[in-house]
Design a protein around this ligand. Structure first.
Ligand SMILES: Cc1cc2nc3c(=O)[nH]c(=O)nc-3n(C[C@H](O)[C@H](O)[C@H](O)COP(=O)(O)OP(=O)(O)OC[C@H]3O[C@@H](n4cnc5c(N)ncnc54)[C@H](O)[C@@H]3O)c2cc1C
Length: 412
C-alpha cells in the first residue's frame, strides 16, 4: 500500500537526502520516503558557501565541533569521515577542489550538489512528498504514524532530519519538529544562533561601514579572553562581520555577562615595536598633518578614526603628537575595543547551537534511546561545527551512521 513505508524521512535537506540515498544504495528494495515542507528539496544546501557549497573540510578535527555532550559526535565523525563523504559524492559524479582545508564541488556550484543528490534519489526510487509539512509522529505498536495536515502515512522507522532555525523560514528553518519532540518528552538544549554577525556599539563601525581590515579578533567575556581568530574583519552599520567574527559568535548568545571584541590591527608588531615605529614616523613625516599620519600603514579612514579617538584634530601637524599620544595610538592599534550587544539572529546565522539533547540518542546509531526505530540526523541534534564545511560534514556523517543502523534495525 502506498502509505506504508519502511523508512519515513522528515526533511529533504542535506542530512535527509543523504540518509535516503545511502539507504537505497545499501538495499534498493526497502521503501524510503522523504517528506519536505517546501516546494523543493535542498533549499538551504543551495545557499551554502555563498552558493559554492563548502561541502566538507580536509582537517576534520573533533575540536571544531560543539555540544553539551562532546562524546556524542566522535563515533560518527571518525567512522564516516570527510574521505567517506568524498567517496559517496564521487560515486554520484561530484568531483572536488580544495581551498586550503575547505572542500568544494569542482563546479563551485552548490546547485550541482543538490542536483546530484536529487537525481540520485530519483534514480533509486525514493518517494518524494513535496509541500508536505509533517505535524506529528505517533508511535503505535512499534511502528510510526506520520501525520501531515491532510494525510497519514505508516512507517516502520522514522528519521528526523528537519534542521533547526538558521537561515530563516524561507529555507525551511522553523524548528517546528523540535517543539513537537519536546512535547513528547524529549530533552532539548536551548537553541541560539551561531556563525553569525555580531552587533556591537556601532558609533565607530557605522562610520567605517564597508571597510575590511586584516586583524586578530579576540572575544573577551567578563574580562577574560575566550578565543582569538585571525582574518578579514568587516565593519558594518550594526557592528562587525567577516570570517573571524563569525567564528567567535557562538558564545555570544550562550553566556550571560559582558562581552567585547578586541581587534589587533597589527598582530605582527608588539606594543613596544609600535611605539618605536610611530616615533620614527613622526620624524619621517614631520611636514605632514595627522590626517596623513597612518597613510601606507593602515586603512586611511581607520587611521583617521584612531587620531580622533585620542582627541587630536586631523589638521594638526604630526610633530604635535606627545609620547602619551604615541602610546595611546599604539595601544588602540593593538586593542581596538567594541562592546558586544548581541548577534544579528537566527535569520542571518549559518548554524543553530543546541537542539535535541544527544543524551537521549545512541552515538553509534543516531537512534532514540526511548523510541526504538526513531532516528535523528543533522542539525536538529545538539551538535554544531565551526565555519569551514564542518556542519555539512556532520549532516553527512550522521546520515551515513543512521542509514547503516536502520538497515540493521530493519534486518534487511
Ligand atoms: C546561508 C548558509 C550558508 C551555509 N554554508 C555552509 C557551508 O558552506 N558549509 C557547511 O558545512 N555548512 C553551511 N551551512 C550550514 C548547513 O547548511 C547546515 O548545517 C545543514 O544544511 C544542516 O542540514 P540538515 O539536513 O540538518 O538541515 P537542513 O539542510 O536545514 O534541512 C532540513 C529540511 O527539513 C525541512 N523541514 C523542516 N521541518 C519540516 C517538517 N515539519 N516537515 C517537512 N519538512 C520539514 C526543511 O524545509 C528543510 O528542507 C550554511 C547555512 C546557511 C544558512
Amino acid at each position: 500500500m502506498e502509505n506504508y513505508i519502511d523508512v519515513a524521512i522528515i526533511g529533504g535537506g542535506a542530512s535527509g537526502l543523504c540518509t535516503a540515498l545511502s539507504l537505497k544504495q545499501k538495499n534498493i528494495n526497502i521503501s524510503v520516503a522523504v517528506f519536505e515542507q517546501l516546494q523543493r528539496v535542498g533549499k538551504k544546501l543551495i545557499t551554502t558557501g555563498n552558493g559554492r557549497c563548502n561541502i566538507t573540510n580536509k582537517n576534520l578535527s573533533l575540536k571544531r565541533y560543539h555540544s553539551e555532550n562532546p562524546e556524542f559526535f566522535k563515533f560518527a565523525l571518525n567512522k564516516y569521515s570527510n574521505c567517506f563523504a568524498e567517496n559517496f559524492f564521487n560515486g554520484l559524479g561530484v568531483l572536488f577542489k580544495s581551498e586550503e582545508d575547505k572542500v568544494y564541488p569542482y563546479s563551485l556550484q552548490a546547485s550541482s550538489v543538490v542536483d546530484a543528490l536529487r537525481f540520485g534519489i530519483d534514480r533509486m526510487g525514493v518517494k518524494l512528498y513535496l509541500e508536505t509539512e509533517i505535524t506529528d509522529t505517533i508511535k503505535k505498536n512499534g511502528n510510526y504514524i506520520i501525520c501531515s495536515n491532510d494525510k497519514k502515512y505508516f512507517a516502520k522507522t522514522v528519521v528526523i532530519a528537519t534542521g533547526l532555525l538558521s537561515g530563516g523560514k524561507k529555507l525551511g528553518s522553523s524548528g517546528s519538529m523540535l517543539k513537537i519532540l519536546k512535547n513528547k518528552g524529549y530533552s532539548v538544549i536551548p537553541t541560539t544562533p551561531s556563525i553569525v554577525q555580531i552587533k556591537t556599539d556601532n558609533s565607530v563601525t557605522k562610520s567605517l561601514k564597508g571597510i575590511k581590515v586584516e586583524a586578530d579578533a579576540t572575544l573577551v567575556f567578563n574580562d577574560k579572553k575566550l578565543k582569538t581568530e585571525s582574518g578579514e574583519v568587516l565593519f558594518c552599520d550594526y557592528g562587525l562581520s567577516g570570517p573571524p567574527i563569525l567564528q567567535l559568535s557562538r558564545e555570544v548568545s550562550r553566556k550571560n555577562g559582558k562581552f567585547y571584541i578586541l581587534l589587533d590591527l597589527m598582530p605582527e608588531y608588539s606594543f613596544d615595536d609600535l611605539v618605536a615605529l610611530l616615533n620614527d614616523r613622526t620624524k619621517a613625516l614631520s611636514d605632514s598633518c595627522l590626517e596623513e599620519f597612518f597613510t601606507g600603514m593602515l586603512n586611511k579612514r581607520v587611521g583617521q578614526q584612531l587620531i580622533k579617538f585620542i582627541g587630536k584634530p586631523l589638521k594638526d601637524n604630526t610633530q604635535t603628537l606627545s609620547q602619551k599620544d604615541i602610546k595611546a595610538l599604539a595601544f588602540l592599534i593593538k586593542n581596538l575595543r567594541f562592546e558586544v550587544l548581541g548577534t544579528t539572529g537566527f535569520e542571518n546565522s549559518q548554524v543553530t547551537a543546541g537542539g535535541l539533547d544527544t543524551e537521549g540518542f545512541e552515538d553509534k546509531t543516531m537512534m532514540s534511546k526511548k523510541d526504538k526505530g526513531l532516528f535523528a540526523v543533522g542539525e536538529v541534534l545538539d551538535v554544531d561545527g565551526d565555519c569551514g564545511g564542518f556542519n555539512l560534514q556532520w549532516a553527512w556523517s550522521s546520515a551515513f551512521c543512521a542509514s547503516d543502523a536502520i538497515i540493521k534495525y530493519l534486518g534487511v
